[in-house]
Design a protein around this ligand. Structure first.
Ligand code: PHE
Length: 466
């Protein structure tokens, strides 16, 4: 079976792993989702919990995935099967990776729609549509885009084709080469945006919003923060595990993943710091939801020198950052199915992309035709699986987002971290991490075995009791 063939090639250095993992981690999650969630869940309390979840849960899961991948040297499902067999444990652990692969497909379905918005904004920026625009007008422009299902489906299709194309052509290496210079440019443009934010006169209001801790808001934002920590680091899916399979034997795992986690967090906080002062200066609503970035940025770029050019470049970079993330959502599933049926890689890629594309239509319609269709509605007259035109409940997009970020990612992460901590155990960890100091090894073991799993469980239980 092709799947039993160990990964033959290994990346030239750990920098390639850092690049691929950062390419996967940095994406719409940082620039689009993090700011809008911070707005919805009330600012500082959400940010603090997000940071805690990254440090205590997300990073341990990333460590677990990297070690499992590097030791397994196969696609995630097969790696888990092999390692479980090696340790005399049940092969059922591999279901964690199966769930991850399904989760990756579900995420891709809506991710592609939102990435499509960025594609549309590249064109609008280029046409100068936003020059001199006010906050209100930018809101109307975003409203007009999301009200147009045909346009949304068009851009969603283009983005899905881009993603599938990279995977079928195996041009992942090419994309990596591109990321090498695009990532620094993205950082630079974020800095320029930050510079603009500083001139709005509302910078401190933005800082206050992001970092003022209000304990009353903790309980509401706890599960969202945990879910987003997974989403933004690309963990819980198996993406990082898949990359870990190509990591050279002699590479310091700890320092490597710390770099990835740090870069990801810096981009998210940078995006937040850049956006919120603009939100306040333009009189926009921080809790506006998924449209936040698409309303805020046109105001910034529409009102600065060279804004038209910088705006185009910015949205191109957002689209590329999304692109390098989206391929890592699809790849685990493609790898799994083409492992099972040799020679079918291209066919499977198109088939899976088609499935995601169809699901994505549901997200497209959530913003227009199906805006009134709500799932999981619990109101005064009981609970309904779905209902039309009611208050509360979740749109199709909300539902897929909830299912993936708040349930499947944490659950997948829990399985991976338990597997690394309890099944692989101390001897394997010592070998993989090359840590000699018993105190450090015990500390890491404690993180994997107790702290991270307990963190996930505590959040789940708190949510259930709410
Ligand atoms: N981490 C990516 C982002 O922040 C999204 C992602 C999730 C990628 C899961 C791969 C797997 O945009």
């Amino acid at each position: 079976m092709a799947g039993d063939k160990a990964v033959a090639q290994v990346w030239a250095s750990r920098w390639v792993f850092i690049l691929a993992a950062t390419g996967s981690a940095v994406g719409l999650g940082n620039i689009w989702k993090f700011p809008y969630m911070t707005g919805v869940y009330g600012g500082g309390a959400f940010v603090l919990m997000y940071l805690l979840c990254i440090a205590l849960v997300g990073m341990p899961v990333m460590l677990a995935e990297t070690i499992i991948g590097r030791r397994g040297r196969h696609s995630p499902v097969v790696s888990l099967q092999h390692l479980a067999a090696e340790q005399g444990a049940s092969s059922r652990w591999a279901y964690g990776a199966v769930m991850g692969l399904v989760c990756g497909l579900l995420i891709l379905s809506f991710y592609s729609v939102v990435a499509g918005w960025s594609l549309s904004y590249i064109i609008d920026m280029g046409k100068g549509t936003f020059s001199g625009i006010s906050g209100e007008q930018a809101g109307a422009a975003f409203g007009a885009l999301t009200a147009d299902p045909v346009k949304l489906i068009l851009f969603h299709t283009v983005f899905m084709l881009m993603t599938a194309w990279v995977i079928t052509r195996g041009v992942v290496a090419g994309l990596e080469r591109a990321l090498r210079w695009m990532m620094p440019v993205l950082f630079l443009l974020l800095l320029i945006l930050l510079g603009y934010s500083l001139t709005t006169g509302h910078f401190m209001q933005g800082v206050e919003f992001l970092f003022h801790f209000d304990p009353a808001k903790v309980s509401e934002g706890l599960l969202p923060a945990l879910g987003h920590a997974f989403f933004t680091l690309s963990v819980g899916v198996g993406s990082i595990m898949a990359f870990g399979a190509y990591m050279p034997r002699r590479a310091p795992v700890g320092a490597t993943i710390l770099t990835v986690g740090l870069l990801d967090t810096v981009v998210a906080l940078g995006a937040g710091l850049a956006l919120f002062p603009i939100v306040f200066a333009a009189g926009l609503e921080p809790g506006a939801g998924p449209g936040l970035m698409f309303v805020t940025l046109p105001v910034a770029f529409g009102n600065i020198a060279f804004g038209q050019v910088m705006g185009v470049v910015f949205f191109v970079l957002v689209a590329v950052a999304a692109w390098s993330s989206s391929i890592s959502m699809l790849e685990p599933a493609v790898a799994y199915f083409s492992d099972r049926h040799a020679g079918g890689r291209v066919r499977f890629t198109w088939l899976l992309a088609l499935v995601c594309w169809v699901l994505g239509i549901g997200t497209v319609l959530s913003f227009n035709q199906w805006a009134e269709l709500k799932f999981f509605v619990s109101g005064s007259d009981g609970f309904a699986l779905w209902a039309w035109g009611v208050e509360g409940g979740k749109t199709f997009f909300d539902l897929v987002d909830y299912l993936t970020s708040r349930i499947m990612l944490p659950l997948g992460g829990l399985i991976f971290v338990l597997f690394a901590g309890w099944i692989l155990g101390r001897a394997v960890l010592r070998e993989e991490l090359e840590v000699q100091h018993p105190l450090l090894l015990n500390g890491l073991l404690l993180l994997l075995r107790v702290v991270a799993p307990a963190g996930i469980l505590v959040v789940f239980v708190t949510e259930l009791l709410k």
